[in-house]
Write a protein that binds this ligand. Sequence first.
Ligand code: F0G
Length: 393
Amino acid sequence: MIQRCIQCDARYPLEQVVFTCDACGSVLEIAVDANSLGDVQMCGRGVWRYASFLPVDASKRVSLSEGDTGFHPCPTLAKMYGIDRMFVKNEGENPTCSFKDRGMTVGVTKAIEMGAKAVACASTGNTAASLAAYGGRAGLNAVVLIPGGNVAMGKIAQSVAHGAQIVQVDGNFDDAMRVVRELSAETGDVYLLNSINPFRLEGQKTLAFEVCEALGDAPDALVLPMGNAGNISAIWKGFREFRDAGLSTKLPRMIGVQAEGAAPIAKFVNDNLDKCYVSEPETIATAIRIGAPVNWAKAVAAIHDSHGLAATVSDAEILAAQRELAHREGVFVEPASVAPIAYLKKHGVDAETVVCVTTGHGLKDPDAILRVEPTILHAQPTLDSLQEALGLR
Ligand code: F0G
């Protein structure tokens, strides 16, 4: 395995700390020749079951048993939306309740290999929570930069609990991202663990492996939210590697969904813009409130190569779908996570088997669900009063 520039194919050894290509400035990926993996050993469960596909020493892993998340059939919603077979891969069932843990277990293991003293990220909340947990467990100082306002309370609580140094930056996520990149470039000891780090994305690709194993092959379409666009890139890479290793036969269409007010990739792909950027991203789905996604080029390639698409949904559609998924299928996820459901509710999909990736737990952002005043009945502690409150008499 080696690090490779996705644009100009320049190569860098795995031991080199480098996030963008010295030659052309584009992002890097880990080149894994899945054809040459031979007989792949898959033991145990979760991310490390797929250690043969990962570019770090599994015996030194920093792990909290991430991955192996719930894979839930959604027959009620499938019927409502006119879909043959619909599943939710619920990444809210990870240790810190988001998909970031798949990447962080590999990324923090790499940080230890590289002798880092500290790990850092800019974050809309979930990366920060995950970095804080894994960094703390590994005995590293965790530095998390969050945008001013608009970070869900549950996520901040997690970063506090895990003992991170939390810096609120006067600006949005994109500003925080820029300055944390400058910090890690300046200070060799601070290892950057945003999704521009290709080792982190290697952990995230294992979602594709789990989905293939659950279904016996890849689905026809995979729908997921896009923010910084690391996850769609990672999962697409995973599907290709599993197929190249002879462990699956087909590839899904990758459907990336953004919120209308923060949709640089959907705009870039659908409106033929020359820059993948929006200046004032705004959405209730604060996790994906991002205007300058660092992995845009990888995401655009995933969408193009898979014959997929990039779409948008409104905040109102997101909130409606959030309740519908929780009510009808018992899966409560945060607003960003439900963008794929909102998309399917609106448009359906021309595919037999569809998997939605719900990326983070609903309790991370209780304020979002409680924006609509809940109906809470009141009763005295007597049977009469209870029956009356419930309209049973
Ligand atoms: N869903 C949730 C719940 C997220 O937290 C994020 C990203 C995404 C989707 C989008 O994933 O960036 O790989 O396209 N959250 C980052 C963070 C930006 O800082 O926690 P992506």
